[in-house]
Design a binder for this molecule. Structure first.
Ligand SMILES: *[C@@H]1O[C@H](CO)[C@@H](O)[C@H](O)[C@H]1NC(C)=O
Ligand SMILES: *[C@@H]1O[C@H](CO)[C@@H](O)[C@H](O)[C@H]1NC(C)=O
Ligand SMILES: *[C@@H]1O[C@H](CO)[C@@H](O)[C@H](O)[C@H]1NC(C)=O
Ligand SMILES: *[C@@H]1O[C@H](CO)[C@@H](O)[C@H](O)[C@H]1NC(C)=O
Ligand SMILES: *[C@@H]1O[C@H](CO)[C@@H](O)[C@H](O)[C@H]1NC(C)=O
Length: 340
């Protein structure tokens, strides 16, 4: 009788607090799900390997696993959402785990609008191995809530080369193990994680971004607009234009300086030529002089330049012309003689 009471007590303690070495872990204690969506409750457990009775070590084996909704212990006849011993489980609750250590549960098309808490229980071939972790996972079912994009940058106008991270969150609760779809200007992006990493940014990254749950199109967020001021392209263009203008300016200055020098040089040589022209005038004038004097001038000026040699040619021509005129005169004269 005394031993029996002791066993009951131990069983009760195992039931509530668990025996040494047995654990059930829920990676998160609460999650959100959109009404009608699929939610996965990750879970892992470590069964008790053995127990001692009457000084003997008796091995334990898990023979049954269950998930209950809103029940603290989930034992005996408590209604469950999943029972490995049942053949009439709700197909909406899919046990992805096993009897060895994985107790993950997937809930499809979640409907309840309250906040159910789900708890996992394992039962071994002896009640010494039974255990429920009463902490459980609370699921908040939300409806008509839209996701929101949180940017790592306060500003939406960014510079090329920067990086930015967009986080897809819900204003009301935290989602786990989500398939997120991202769009940019209405086109789906390949990324499916809750965070979208962009960068180093180029102007190509400018656009309107949205995120939403893959399973729930109603969750699509308001678009967030990113404006990337491309640093390279528009900044090299003014640089090129500036360079070209600078070059042209330098070229124009060079041309002006060159022209100025040319003009100065031309003015200088004109002044020199002016002197020569004066000399040439002398020569032309001298051509009227008798041949002897002209010949003297020619020898004197022929050493100087072309202008003067031209004068000497003119001189020769004049001389020739004079000769012709003399001949013509003689002809006229002769004709006069004939008439007379
Ligand atoms: C019960 O679950 C919680 C959450 O995963 C965990 O922190 C705790 O250790 C678990 N307790 C036992 C006895 O497994
Ligand atoms: C559940 O199934 C296991 C074996 O599959 C069996 O040993 C156990 O007795 C069953 N439990 C109930 C309550 O039917
Ligand atoms: C449990 O099973 C699920 C589904 O098969 C899997 O995604 C998960 O990674 C498993 N967990 C562990 C701890 O192995
Ligand atoms: C995400 O989507 C992929 C492909 O559709 C699917 O295989 C995967 O199970 C989904 N993951 C979750 C957590 O829903
Ligand atoms: C992005 O959204 C703004 C309004 O928020 C709109 O004016 C603009 O045309 C959109 N851009 C594209 C590429 O769709």
């Amino acid at each position: 009788m005394k031993l029996y009471n002791k066993n009951i007590l131990w069983s009760f303690m195992f039931l509530l607090a668990g025996a040494a070495g047995v654990t059930i872990q829920y990676p998160f204690l609460s999650t959100c799900a959109f009404k009608g969506s699929t939610v996965t409750l990750p879970c892992s457990f470590t069964p008790r390997k053995s127990f001692s009775r009457d000084g003997r070590e008796i091995p334990l084996k898990v023979v049954r696993v269950r998930w209950c909704k809103n029940h603290e212990i989930c034992h005996s006849t408590t209604p469950s959402v999943f029972d490995s011993n049942s053949t009439t489980n709700d197909p909406g609750y899919e046990y992805l785990g096993d009897l060895k250590g994985n107790c993950t549960l997937r809930i499809r098309n979640i409907k309840t609008s309250d906040e159910p808490t789900f708890r996992f229980r394992m039962e071994a071939d002896d009640s010494a191995g039974h255990f429920t972790n009463r902490t459980g996972v609370k699921v908040s079912v939300v409806e008509g809530s839209r996701m929101r994009i949180k940017s790592s940058s306060d500003v939406t106008e960014l510079r090329g080369g920067q990086s930015v991270s967009l986080q897809c969150t819900s204003p009301f609760c935290t989602f786990y193990h989500l398939n997120i779809t991202w769009t940019k200007d209405g086109h789906a992006l390949p990324e499916t994680g809750p965070a979208l990493q962009l960068g180093p940014l180029t102007s190509e990254d400018s656009g309107n971004y949205t995120c939403g749950l893959k399973t729930n199109s109603g969750s699509r967020s308001e678009p967030i607009r990113l404006q990337v001021e491309a640093e390279e392209n528009p900044s090299t263009l003014p640089l090129i234009v500036g360079g070209v203008f600078g070059f042209l300016l330098v070229l124009i200055v060079f041309i002006l300086v060159f022209l100025l020098i040319q003009r100065k040089r031309a003015a200088g040589s004109r002044a020199a030529r002016g002197e020569m022209e004066l000399k040439r005038d002398d020569n032309v004038y001298s051509s009227v002089l008798p041949a002897g004097d002209a010949g003297h001038q020619r020898t004197e000026t022929s050493q100087e330049d072309d202008g003067i040699s031209y004068a000497s040619v003119q001189f020769k021509h004049n001389k020739h012309k004079k000769k012709l005129e003399e001949e013509a005169d003689s002809i006229i004269y002769s004709s006069v003689v004939t008439k007379g």
